[in-house]
Write a protein that binds this ligand. Structure first.
Ligand code: XMP
Length: 305
């Protein structure tokens, strides 16, 4: 386990050294990894680092607001509203890897605009150790690893938490006094809610999945899962009042893990599951049923796509 107290000053001086008098840009997603890196980088070089938060419309409920509030003190923070752009780019796309590619590509374009604008020499990335391992093994195309530096001609890449596991990054986040909404925040994939809806990404499915994810995170907080999520799996028949409806099927998943490479589905008590079901079907009239996924990883992955 990393010693957070000594890690912080070491990381800050390493960033100072690497960036020197240059300017840096960094993607701030609101997740614990990028939040820790943004805090360390801002501490190291102040306004010479520009954290960029791209609102893709694929974020969790309240995420944009949390980022705005938490990092408001950074004068260089940029919040880019790119919701329409992402939704348009994803129209009609059903293949998971194609979704990842499109989200990644559009993300890069938005990011590139800011990098050019501020004339950035360096990029700070919140890559953690398991990202590198999975990326090398090419299990999935993690768009937050690689990609960016190939497109923009940066002088260097700074990865302050590259050797840490997620639980170690959380330890550093707590030591940095980041709010618990960030330090304890579950991992969230770069392509966001786009890979929590099976098939085409539409505004309607995004609304369902955003609300359902919020319910699941709220109800399962006491279980302290590595990750808990809801996905829209397709349509199924249900009955509301006297009518048969063709509504969405929401699948709930909660797993325990150390690094996301393997994971165990959590045994959730029936009452909690029923509460999740009734909150989701109660708030979302277009949801016909809620299922709980009992599959470990392997054979299933954590995300649905
Ligand atoms: P899977 O679904 O492969 O997920 O079992 C393992 C961990 O990685 C996250 N994940 C992603 N993160 N881009 C990311 O940045 C992606 O394309 C991606 N796919 C999965 C997932 O949320 C879990 O924490």
């Amino acid at each position: 386990m990393v010693d957070a107290e000594s890690f912080i000053p070491e990381a800050i001086s390493e960033i100072e050294e690497e960036i020197g008098d240059g300017r840096a840009v960094m993607a701030l997603s609101g997740g614990v990894d990028s939040s820790v890196c943004a805090t360390l980088a801002y501490e190291a070089v102040g306004d010479r680092v520009t954290p960029v938060y791209v609102d893709t419309g694929l974020m969790r409920k309240g995420e944009t607001e949390t980022v705005r509030e938490t990092f408001d003190y950074m004068d260089s923070l940029r919040v880019v509203d790119a919701r329409d752009r992402f939704l348009e780019a994803l129209e009609g796309v059903v293949d998971p890897e194609e979704k990842r590619r499109i989200v990644g590509e559009n993300f890069i374009r938005v990011f590139e605009e800011v990098a050019h604008d501020i004339d950035a020499d360096y990029i700070v990335q919140g890559t953690i150790y398991p990202d590198r391992v999975e990326s090398e093994g090419n299990i999935k195309s993690h768009h937050n690893v690689g990609g960016l530096p190939d497109i923009i001609d940066f002088e260097g890449i700074v990865e302050p938490v590259r050797d840490l596991y997620k639980d170690e990054v959380r330890e550093v986040a707590r030591e940095l006094d980041l709010p618990p909404e960030i330090s304890e925040r579950m991992p969230f994939p770069g392509p966001g809610l786009a890979i929590r809806v099976i098939g085409e990404v539409t505004e309607e499915k995004l609304e369902v999945v955003r609300e359902a994810n919020a319910v699941v995170e709220d109800e399962l907080e006491d279980y302290e899962p590595w990750q808990a999520l809801a996905a829209v799996a397709g349509r199924g028949t249900g009955v509301k009042g006297d009518e048969r409806v063709h509504g969405w099927i929401v699948v709930v998943r909660a797993v325990e893990s150390r690094d996301g490479m393997t994971a165990q589905a959590i045994d959730i008590d029936w009452e909690t599951l029923q509460r999740i079901q009734s909150r989701i079907t109660g708030t979302l009239p277009n949801v016909a049923r809620v299922a709980y996924d009992v599959t470990h990883k392997p054979p299933a992955t954590i995300e649905y796509e």
